[in-house]
Design a protein around this ligand. Structure first.
Ligand code: FES
Length: 157
């Protein structure tokens, strides 16, 4: 029985991806970009489209930190781990976030407010180290500044 529609993909658009395992990551990126995470139903559809077993798709998701299996919190904190930010202390900022929020990479705080997501270069290296909270960019950061930013967002709720 052939599929007549998908929930997460346009049937026509994914036709060239049919049976092509190399399309797993691009399709995961499409879903995550649109929904903020990769729902289980999307994994089933990617399996059907590309012929890749669901277990292999899960392995890809867990290997690449960019993918999430749960919806992000209200505030998605992207921590740049590009070269410039790394040299300027990005890992220290990450430690501050872990410590303050009591979560790890990819997790969301129990109140649903914050999710931490390390990312590659955010494109504003001269401001290193940089984080983004949703669409807002913060540069020249120190651990103290990160704590202030978190408190500001906590107050917003
Ligand atoms: S390395 Fe962080 S913004 Fe480029």
């Amino acid at each position: 029985m052939s599929v007549t529609s998908y929930t997460y993909f346009d049937l026509q658009a994914v036709e060239p991806c049919r049976g092509d395992g190399s399309q797993v990551i691009p399709l995961l990126q499409v879903v995550q970009e649109k929904h903020g995470y990769v729902p289980e139903g999307a994994i089933r559809e990617i399996c059907e489209i590309t012929g890749t077993p669901e277990s292999d798709i899960f392995s890809v998701i867990t290997f690449y930190k960019q993918f999430r299996l749960q919806p992000p919190g209200k505030y998605l904190i992207k921590v740049c781990d590009g070269t410039a930010c790394h040299v300027m202390g990005a890992s220290t900022l990450l430690d501050v976030l872990y410590d303050s929020l009591k979560i790890e990479t990819g997790d969301t705080t129990a109140d649903g407010l914050f999710t931490i997501s390390p990312v590659a270069c955010l494109g504003c290296c001269s401001l290193a180290p940089v984080i983004m909270v949703n669409d807002e960019t913060f540069g020249g950061l120190t651990p103290q500044k990160v704590r202030v930013i978190l408190n500001d967002y906590r107050k917003k709720g």
